[in-house]
Design a binder for this molecule. Structure first.
Ligand code: SF4
Length: 356
């Protein structure tokens, strides 16, 4: 008897669908939007001096635990030196055919942190094991009753983006509403800086979703960016499952055609409202909800700025001095060259001021 396949399994791409002749690097394993959620939710909101941060005397206990383990996985040599020797642009260097929307929202928090996360994933994996982060993931999985975990994807300004919308539903006014759930370690709203990265995330989701339902996403765009072999036939298991659910398909290309046609002619409305729900992860209670405005010009200019790093047009940036408090909760604080250089700059400035 053939085993039952879930829709998720049907849609999971088999490795032989990827073009082996393509000279671009392979997809990063496990690099989906969901697994990219990081720990910025549980970080501080306080302001501190660079000296405080550099002395490390305000680290949380979680941070300390992670730091203790990190000392054993510290990389050899200078990261910036290694980067300069590698002439590939970041998209190629990190083997990215596409970016996750969360890559961009994390970039809005600290770009240098994103780079370290890709160069030294084992350090962030240590953080993933911290119980408070696990609690956040469980809460995401436990919510139901809506269209949930909806994948959205497409090309925006020349780069292919992939994301997962938490919830899509009709609100009491009959509007299609996008909801993003954020879990928090404290019963407070996040800082303005964090909220900006969340706003960017949901604004990008709306752009991707609406391009999909308006027929602006086409098969060539998908196959070009992801290097997929659309003529590759499905296995007998998948064909059987497709028949059971009423699909007449034999290749991945057929499935793409079907999906794009369905999206285009299903008469799905645009997203009218966007909300971010902040929940306290200890008991899943609602802290509050923030409405998000759609600001297309702002999103596009943010994308341009963040893409310029991925395209190798500029170096990665860490946080500005005014936002040095972000470093307190950062997994890479004790190896970060950006932070060290800013601390040296601040020390020199202080010395110069004292000698006047
Ligand atoms: S220590 Fe600060 S500047 Fe460096 S990666 Fe972390 S948050 Fe960014």
């Amino acid at each position: 008897m053939q085993p039952e396949l879930s829709d998720a399994e049907l849609l999971a791409l088999e490795s032989d669908l990827f073009c082996t002749e393509c000279d671009r690097p392979e997809l990063c394993e496990g690099d989906d939007d969901r697994t990219s959620k990081r720990s910025t939710e549980s970080c501080c909101t306080g302001q501190e001096t660079v000296e405080d941060i550099c002395s490390g005397n305000k680290q949380s206990s979680n941070q300390l635990n992670v730091s203790e383990q990190k000392s054993e996985v510290r990389p050899e040599g200078s990261g910036s030196k290694r980067r300069k020797q590698d002439e590939r642009i970041p998209l190629e260097r990190f083997g990215r055919k596409y970016l996750n929307v969360t890559d961009l929202s994390r970039q809005a928090w600290c770009e240098q942190q994103v780079v370290y996360g890709l160069e030294l994933p084992h350090i962030e994996q240590l953080r993933e094991e911290v119980p408070v982060v696990k609690a956040g993931s469980c809460l995401h999985l436990a919510r139901g009753e809506r269209v949930r975990e909806l994948p959205v994807f497409g090309e925006l300004e020349g780069i292919f983006l992939v994301g997962v919308v938490d919830e899509l539903c009709y609100n009491s006014k009959g509007e299609l509403e996008l909801r993003e759930l954020k879990t928090r370690g404290q019963r407070t709203y996040p800082s303005v800086a964090q909220r900006k990265s969340h706003q960017l995330q949901v604004n990008i989701y709306k752009l991707l979703f609406e391009a999909m339902i308006k027929g602006q996403l086409n098969k060539d765009t998908i196959t070009h960016h992801l290097c997929l072999r659309t003529e590759q036939p499905f296995s007998s298991e998948i064909l059987l499952h497709a028949q059971k659910v009423g699909f007449t398909i034999s290749t991945f290309g057929d499935l793409l055609d079907l999906m794009l046609l369905n999206l285009r002619y299903a008469e799905i409305p645009n997203i009218d409202a966007m909300k971010i729900e902040y929940c306290y992860q200890a008991d899943a209670s609602l802290i509050g909800t923030k409405e998000v405005n759609f600001e297309e010009e702002w999103v596009k200019s943010e994308l341009k700025h963040y893409y310029s790093f991925w395209r190798g047009q500029r170096e990665a940036k860490g946080v500005d001095i005014e936002e040095a408090w972000k470093c307190r909760s950062c997994d890479f604080a004790d190896i970060c060259e950006w932070r060290q250089s800013k601390a040296e700059e601040a020390t020199q400035k202080n010395q110069a001021n004292r000698s006047k």
